[in-house]
Design a protein around this ligand. Structure first.
Ligand code: AMP
Length: 289
């Protein structure tokens, strides 16, 4: 496995693979790898001849009051996991390698990929203004650098996945996006690098997210489709002294349009603050099982 920090070196390696007719898969991450990331990596190594994992805490997708500085950075441990999983390249550029001397004060980096406002102004985009501009821009850059045949993204970040699919379609980017199911811990909590911020007690309180989602799913499976009625079940589960709800919304799986009546194309999205940590989760009502 190669650990590469520069665009030039990664390009040279991939060029030689492409010359040999090999397929390349990309798994974009911000590191602090856990079993959720590993499920994407395993899918990639199964499907592609060569697997590139990018590890980059992308400054332009964090707001000024967000956790960019505190975000866990564990490159050594990540490299061990990747090596064991059969990854061919870890691409871990510095912010300078990606954006030059600075994206705000210098002219080194000025061009952003801005997703449609209708997709980015809701759910996480409501409180994280500009977040999806940063995501689309960095993923576009990674696609241009690595030129993968396949790119693997988790359904954990479902709004991101929907926006990236739209970007790839609208801009005719020659890559196949492969969605990967959410990996949860033994209690049902969706794995996230930010779970590291949770105390033992908050970890218990955090189970409210998946409890609400699976409760709504079971009500839907029993024939309840009225979104107002389904939302009521969530309020009965939450303990508002310990958790604060940022959003609970029912939206279309492709267009993110709001649903008043749930159907098999509906995704239920939730964001809750627990012990000062913002957690997100979602469930597809059409999912079988
Ligand atoms: P991140 O490092 O948080 O930017 O995540 C990198 C990729 O891993 C994204 O496509 C995420 O959706 C995916 N991912 C993170 N956590 C999970 C999880 N629990 N299950 C599935 N995919 C995940």
């Amino acid at each position: 496995m190669l650990l590469i920090h520069t665009i030039e070196d990664v390009r040279a390696q991939i060029k030689s693979w492409k010359k040999d007719g090999l397929t390349v898969g990309l798994v974009p991450t911000m590191g602090a790898l856990h079993a959720g990331h590993m499920s994407l990596i395993n899918k990639c190594t199964e499907r592609c001849d060569k697997t590139v994992v990018s590890i980059f805490v992308n400054p332009i997708q964090f707001g000024p009051s967000e956790d960019f500085d505190q975000y866990p950075r564990t490159l050594e441990a990540d490299a061990k996991l990747c090596k064991k999983a059969g990854v061919d390249i870890i691409f871990a550029p510095t912010p300078k390698e990606m954006y030059g001397e600075g994206h705000i004060l210098s002219n080194d980096f000025l061009t952003y990929v801005v997703p449609p406002f209708f997709y980015s102004n809701k759910l996480c985009g409501k409180t994280r203004v500009g977040h999806f501009d940063g995501v689309c821009t960095v993923v576009n850059k990674l696609f241009n650098i690595v030129q993968p045949n396949f790119a693997f993204f988790g359904e954990k970040d479902r709004q991101q996945l929907i926006i990236l699919k739209k970007m790839v379609k609208d801009l005719n980017i020659p890559v196949t996006i492969v969605p990967c199911p959410i990996v949860r811990d033994e209690n049902g909590l969706a794995l996230s690098s930010r779970n590291k911020y949770l105390s033992q007690k908050s970890k218990k309180d955090a189970l409210v997210l998946n409890k609400i989602l699976f409760n709504i799913k079971s009500c839907y499976d029993n024939g309840i489709t009225d979104v107002r009625a389904l939302t009521e079940t969530a309020y009965s589960i939450m303990n508002f002294q310990r958790q604060s709800l940022e959003y609970l919304e029912f939206r279309d799986q492709d267009t993110l349009e709001e649903k008043l009546t749930a159907d098999d194309n509906t995704i239920v999205f939730i964001a809750v603050k627990v012990g000062g940590v913002r957690l997100i989760d979602n469930i597809a009502l059409g999912m079988i099982g």
